[in-house]
Design a protein around this ligand. Sequence first.
Ligand SMILES: [Zn+2]
Length: 511
Amino acid sequence: MEEYKIDYEILDYDKFYLRLKNIQYNLANKNEVTKHEPIGYTKCGFPIEHYSIGHGPMHIVYMGGAHGNEIISVDYVTQLMQNIALGCGEFADFNPEEFTIDFLPCQNPEGFFTTTYALKSIMQDMNEREIEEFSKKYYQLYREDDQSVININKILRTFCEEFDLSAIKEDLTTLFWQKSINKDITSNYIISFLLIFFHLDETKLSKFINNKWQELFKDKKVISHLKKHQEIFNNLTLDCIPLIDEKHHKLKEALSKIYQDNKFPIGTLANFFSNASGVNLNDNNEYYFQELKKKIRVEKDVYANFRDNNLLKNIPGPVGVPNEDMDGEFQYAEENQALLSFLAKQDNNNENYAFINCHGTGGVLYIYPVVDDDLEEAHTNGVTRDFKFYINGRLANDYIKKTDEIYEKITKKPSSGYKTVGFPSRITGVGDVLRKKYIASFLLELSKMGGNPIAPYGDKNVNYYLTMTANMQAAKQLMETIKEVAHLYDTSYFMYYDSLGNVHYEPRKRR
Ligand SMILES: [Zn+2]
């Protein structure tokens, strides 16, 4: 593993820019790093930085930090850039005449700097061992918060099954959490809640709920309304944002608006998904905007899931809304406008060979989500098809296989690397919009150890190093596979059925 240069540190504003500068001007670089004009600016004025290595005709774009709290993605994209620049490990034979690798290290600097300024105010004096311990503790609290919600849902669902109410299982859990915001939950609380809505034998119900509680929670009596993974940061204040320039002033001002009247626990500053206008950049698309509007009409208040089910999603906040004004016209946020025009320009120039949209946790690669549903058209008028679906699948499979290889070596478990995911087949995120639109567009969920922002740092020698090195080697594999299928990027074919039902193919040029 020494063949890669991996720096285990939690980035913040200063460290982010220092790292970028050190990568760009490292005298040991074998491949030159070019800094470009930013692809755009956020509303507060933070630049969305753009770097590249190589000057070949085939471009691969790596982007991090769409969600501000997914700090491992920014860490990975910058370290990938560092290792390609140095020609480390598998990158020793990187050919700058073949490829241009574009790096957009952080699409959402407002969310990323909010999260990392908050983390810095708690973690800045920690050494590596302390960072790892603190991150591991956070990982455990995060899981505990998830598990509490999962257990309570389980109690409610088995109650529904036991009392012949299976049809309303999902509605009941949604209703339960809506009515239970800021309330401590005990088995008696659940019993009283159910008795409000259902005429049931109280003795039978109590016995059932108490048994279930005991089985799932053992001797834990109360689930506090305070979330442990948020509470660990409850000493934070907005003063963690230093007022060093105009854009920082604007950032702090925007955040003050979000947190006024204590609408959100202040600890969420350290786990801030959105931009500073409270817009979630992945949810910021027309489809999800309409979906959430519908949900708001039914549920009024919509909350995030599991460990964050005390956080509203229908007003600008740390988890975020799909549109700054939920009653207004849909609008892409500045950060998404910048990305979309960057990718469109590349596509027009026939330069885009792959786009990897890096997110925080999951250990999965989201691939082309929708199968072309044009068989009827093929029978009537004929259709033009390309190899998008094939290219996407080939690239993804080779990528995954490479991660399996690396993980297997360290963990000794077969197929322990990343997995591909094709759902949802409908579009709910900007990631999906791009996966559908462009030829080899992927969304990569990095760390297998879940719990943004810092859980990925909770196991330095296994989880953290494997996240970095397995993906770097898969990034090299991606280049190799692209070279193999490059000719298909330009090819398409026209297919039609004749009156006897025989299919005919004619080769065409795609671009
Ligand atoms: Zn994400």
